[in-house]
Design a protein around this ligand. Structure first.
Ligand SMILES: [Zn+2]
Length: 134
């Protein structure tokens, strides 16, 4: 009786490559952030805007500043935990862009439009459910 035993195919163990921790990155203060550049103020190490408005994307700040105003943006960010600031900046930039494109409705225009679509689709769904005797 031949017993070949467990010819186990070598299990490919996904060895987790132990990645070294990223080196501590000193804040680059070579150039002022987009916000400080536009506001013509000194961009210090504790600039609350610098992490969110890099000098490479000046339009982000220009748009948000035009609609919300720099001091309101700063105040809002200071009142938020750091973990939520990037999202807040992204939504402010989005809202400001929508307001500039549509000075009357801003992003509310998109919301109204989508709400109307939802209720139209709900009505269609209800009608279809009646037709199939749901
Ligand atoms: Zn700055």
């Amino acid at each position: 009786m031949e017993n070949k035993g467990e010819a186990s195919p070598s299990i490919i163990s996904a060895s987790p490559t132990s990645s070294p921790p990223p080196p501590p990155s000193p804040r680059m203060v070579l150039s002022p952030c987009a916000a400080c550049k536009i506001l013509r103020r000194r961009c210090g190490e504790n600039c609350v805007l610098a992490p969110y408005f890099p000098p490479t994307e000046p339009a982000k700040f220009t748009i948000a500043h035009r609609v919300f105003g720099a001091s309101n943006i700063i105040k809002l960010l200071q009142e938020l935990p750091e973990s939520q600031r990037a999202d807040a900046v992204n939504s402010m930039v989005y809202e400001a862009g929508a307001r500039i494109r549509d000075p009357v409705y801003g992003c509310a225009g998109a919301i109204y439009h989508l709400q109307r679509q939802v209720s139209e689709l709900q009505a269609q769904l209800a009608k279809a459910q009646v037709e199939i005797g749901y």
